[in-house]
Design a protein around this ligand. Structure first.
Ligand code: FAD
Length: 499
């Protein structure tokens, strides 16, 4: 019920701007506007120097915030910024502005939930409230349950249940009108006064998201089901960064695709239908983290919790830098390092390679992705890594191991993707482009690509690494604590050892 017309002072609310860096269809902002006349869109940042880093991800975050500020200014308001820990700063801001309520988007990962509990406690000390609303997902994890009222552990039954509920997904919210301009209170400032925002480029956030969605709907969604698996094809939406940071709402994306599914007889088998299915993976991984909080830090499946992963910083460095000698893995890692984004098929390949060919901990890869992806998202990233490592929910059991050569030949048949990111392979003939070690010295010379000079020898022999991984995983399951073998150390030179 709106309190705007009630007698007495017009209430003030803070909207804690996090993972919802947009004005349109912003649920916390919309709910706040229904209740209060004075709205303070508040950003809480810390003074960690990493925020200033010149990485793809940091540039995108700063750009999205600059766009949010510009968008709010068009509605008469602006972003208010505070620097420090969230519980303390939100409580101080609420006191300084005279706000009795703080609105924010609900998060689902255990560390975020714990932080929000601390915020709520701090606000409650002065009789104020934190109100969390659903903005990150289409449906709250608690709304999609098994018949026994349990959370789903497998994607297929989850998506079946979801499809029964598909017509009732909340619609995008109406836009907000003019907001009252409120000057910064003591301890708050504006975005342009935060030193590391200097020189931030606008146009990366909400406006770019709307444009990207329009482009995808006009051009690529119709062929999505045919092209989405080919990294060179650019056949996917590239909306992940906008969904992850909230420069676009999941409701906007869902309904723009779902109305096409409703119109087409082929329904979910069309490009838009298959696209919706991918959005459901995102929903699924949020429900996994919300329902099984141990998955944030540990293997989802109990039997893999005590796995003794190998620890080779040298092998990890070669994986990170795209120098494993497997072109599809290396191209993908260089795409990540240069653009801050990687195609989904490529993510599955590099994750399988790290965990199954190199037997390195999925958490090393997960962390690296979180630091470098513009679309870094705790739930999808954790779910994707555990899926690939075979420690997660379903579909990719531990014994299914991606062969990087077969994957390359199937999904990048002419090597266009590999050559885009590995110019040293530009003149390598198609038949060798996914296995350059098969070239003779003369063929290497002719292609201008001498192994171990222009391009590395492969770090492991996949066939041997695969056999070792099967042994490693099965013995890890049997004797969770007893696995001490290190097949790389034991393998003869050139047959599985790191080079
Ligand atoms: C190891 C690994 C790590 C990953 N880390 C992330 C991450 O940090 N952030 C992230 O958003 N996605 C992650 N994904 C999922 C997926 O790779 C990306 O969402 C997708 O590549 C983004 O490109 P797009 O927007 O063009 O996707 P599209 O194919 O256009 O899909 C549309 C949307 O659906 C969602 N989606 C698609 N595939 C998946 C999936 N497998 N799991 C969850 N959501 C999905 C995304 O929000 C995406 O934007 C990861 C996958 C793997 C295998």
């Amino acid at each position: 019920m709106s309190r705007r017309n009630s007698a007495g002072p017009r209430p003030c609310a803070i909207v804690w701007m996090r993972r919802a860096f947009r004005v349109d269809d912003n649920a916390p902002l919309w709910h706040a506007v229904q209740e209060a006349a004075k709205i303070i869109p508040l950003l809480v940042v810390n003074d960690d120097p990493r925020y200033a880093a010149d990485t793809n991800r940091r540039r995108f975050v700063r750009g999205a915030i600059a766009d949010l500020d510009a968008g709010l200014r068009m509605h008469g308001s602006h972003v208010h910024v505070r620097v420090g820990p969230a519980p303390r700063e939100l409580a101080r801001a609420a006191a300084a502005y005279g706000a009795d309520t703080v609105y924010a988007a609900r998060v689902y990962h255990p560390s975020g939930i714990a932080r929000d509990a601390a915020v709520a406690r701090e606000l409650a000390r002065t009789g104020r409230r934190l109100i969390l609303v659903n903005d990150l997902v289409l449906r709250e994890p608690s709304e999609v349950r098994t018949q026994q009222d349990q959370p789903f552990r497998m994607f297929t039954p989850f998506q079946r249940r979801w499809q029964e509920l598909a017509d009732d997904v909340p619609r995008p919210l109406p836009g907000v009108q003019t907001l009252l301009r409120v000057p910064c209170a003591e301890g708050s400032t504006t975005v342009d006064r935060i030193p590391y925002f200097a020189g931030t480029r606008e146009g990366l956030g909400e406006p770019a998201a709307a444009l990207q969605l329009r482009r995808f709907l006009q051009k690529d969604i119709a062929h999505y089901h045919l092209r989405r698996d080919y990294p060179a094809a650019e056949g996917t939406s590239h909306l992940s960064q906008h969904l992850a940071l909230g420069t676009l709402s999941p409701r906007q994306v869902y309904w723009s695709a779902y109305t096409r599914v409703q119109r087409d007889e082929a329904g979910m088998r069309t490009g838009p239908g298959v696209f919706i299915m991918e959005l459901l993976w995102r929903e699924f991984y949020y429900q996994i983290l919300a329902s099984f909080p141990h998955a944030q830090d540990h293997a989802f499946r109990k039997e893999f919790r005590d796995i003794r992963w190998h620890r080779s910083p040298r092998a990890f460095a070669r994986w990170k830098d795209g120098r494993t000698g497997y072109p599809i893995v290396d191209a993908a890692m260089r795409q990540l390092n240069t653009e801050g984004w990687m195609h989904n098929r490529a993510r599955m390949i590099v994750a399988s390679f790290l965990t199954k060919d190199l037997l390195l901990h999925w958490r090393w890869g997960e962390r690296y992705f979180m630091d470098h992806l513009v679309d870094a998202d705790i739930a999808s990233n954790n779910g994707g890594w555990q899926w690939a490592a075979g420690t997660g929910t379903d579909a990719s059991p531990w014994f299914r191991i991606f062969n990087p050569v077969v994957q390359g030949k199937t999904y990048d048949p002419d090597g266009a993707y590999v050559r885009r990111y590995l110019p040293e392979l530009r003149h390598v003939p198609d038949r060798f482009v996914h296995e350059p070690w098969r070239m003779t010295r003369a063929e290497q010379k002719a292609a201008g690509c001498i192994l171990d000079r222009e391009y590395p020898q492969r770090i492991v022999d996949h066939a041997k690494a695969r056999a070792a991984a099967l042994l490693f995983y099965s013995s890890s399951r049997r004797h969770a604590h007893a696995t001490k073998s290190n097949h790389f150390a034991a393998a003869p030179e050139g047959q599985g050892s790191y080079r």
